[in-house]
Design a binder for this molecule. Structure first.
Ligand SMILES: Nc1ncnc2c1ncn2[C@@H]1O[C@H](COP(=O)(O)OP(=O)(O)OP(=O)(O)O)[C@@H](O)[C@H]1O
Length: 357
């Protein structure tokens, strides 16, 4: 089937329950060869269960799992050609960096020269030259994850599964490692699936995001697709730094829209009283209830028509203070009902640009 050829990893109508609890509900996933895919979702949404079924550490109750065109439901974990990286390093404590990376190759009974060549190649690849003889306790968290990565790909698996690989690492190093991993996966060209609950990580790292919620796949797409065109209320509210507004029809430019809407800070312009306003016909009055300095941005909480929304001002802009009256222009919202989300532009702004003063 041509469909199978296109997708390198495929889950078809996969279900999994633990006791009476449905951890995976009718999961359908297609992943292309060489892609880096993020399974993103809140805690308990079923990401790890999907990963474990792919690895063969859990069995699906029903449905089919294919890797590289082969149905693997009944294939043993060790025969699935999978490399695994977990958050907690899971390195062998009493083995050196060299021995950790060589482990899988020894199990495969590769000859000594090959092992030496391959391990040295990998040590070079992950930037740990000179650290071959160190033990895990003599490495930083980031270095340990580099070893874990090298060990996982040593036997040239066809699929790499990473479960929250950076969760135990502090923010700054985590960002560096993310860029490093992205480049390395490009270089090695291995199809990879990373589980994360961190949207920034998924947006930055992945070719494609699979968003999970309550055991289901909520939406799949490229990071920009998922972020800019959320199709469900959950997707609209999960991504970005959102505020949910109950009474959007009371806002200028959104009159007549029934129900709720999601507003992101980047959709909101905030004007101090003495600043010139670009879209004067579309502004609402608001009061600043909180000002948070975030270094590169100032985050504001605004009270507006009985709701609280989050907005940003640039550090270079005139400071606004708590209690100050401001004007707010909302460029766009995600209109949501019980089943779907859709993007809605401010009607005054989009309908008549000549209103701009
Ligand atoms: N072996 C198990 N026995 C019983 N329940 C389980 C088992 N494994 C997972 N679950 C349940 O299935 C649900 C999904 O778990 P899963 O680990 O897949 O979620 P997750 O999205 O990866 O969450 P997290 O981000 O917290 O790791 C959870 O409610 C969890 O408690």
């Amino acid at each position: 089937m041509s469909e199978k050829k296109e997708s390198y990893v495929e889950l078809k109508n996969v279900n999994k329950s633990f006791g009476g609890f449905e951890a995976s509900k009718d999961i359908n996933i297609n992943i292309k060869k060489g892609h880096l895919v993020a399974l993103l979702g809140p805690s308990g949404s079923g990401k790890t269960t999907i990963l474990k079924m792919l690895a063969g550490l859990e069995n699906a109750d029903s449905g089919d799992i294919y890797i590289a065109g082969t149905r693997v439901n009944d294939v043993k974990p060790k025969d699935r050609g999978i490399g695994l990286v977990f958050q907690s390093y899971a390195l062998f404590r009493y083995k050196t960096v060299y021995e950790n990376i060589a482990f899988g190759l020894k199990i495969e009974k590769r000859d000594k020269n090959y092992i030496k060549k391959r391990v040295n190649e990998l040590i070079e690849l992950v930037g740990l030259k000179g650290m071959e003889k160190r033990y895990p306790r003599q490495l930083s968290g980031g270095q340990r994850q580099r070893v874990a990565f090298a060990r996982a790909i040593a036997t040239q698996p066809q699929l790499l599964l990473l479960d929250e690989p950076f969760a135990a690492i502090d923010t700054k190093v985590r960002k560096e490692l993310r860029g490093w991993l992205r480049e390395l996966i490009n270089e090695v060209g291995i199809t990879s699936i990373v589980v994360t609950h961190d949207q920034e990580e998924a947006l930055e790292l992945a070719d494609e995001i699979i968003l999970t919620n309550h055991g289901k796949v909520e939406q799949t797409g490229t990071p920009s697709d998922i972020y800019n065109n959320p199709k469900t209320p959950f997707a609209a509210a999960f991504l970005g730094d959102n505020s949910v507004i109950e009474n959007i029809s009371e806002f200028k430019g959104f009159e007549g829209i029934p129900g709720k809407a999601v507003i992101r800070p980047e959709f909101v312009n905030v004007y101090a009283q003495d600043e010139s306003i670009e879209h004067a016909a579309s502004v609402d009055d608001a009061v600043v209830s909180k000002v948070v300095f975030k270094g590169n941005i100032i985050e504001l909480k605004l009270n507006i028509k009985g709701s609280e929304i989050t907005a940003y001002r640039n550090v270079g802009q005139k400071q606004v203070i708590q209690g100050e009256n401001v004007k707010v222009f909302i460029r766009k919202v995600f209109e949501i009902d019980d089943t779907k989300a859709s993007s809605r532009e401010n009607s005054i702004y989009s309908g008549n640009d000549s209103i701009v003063i």
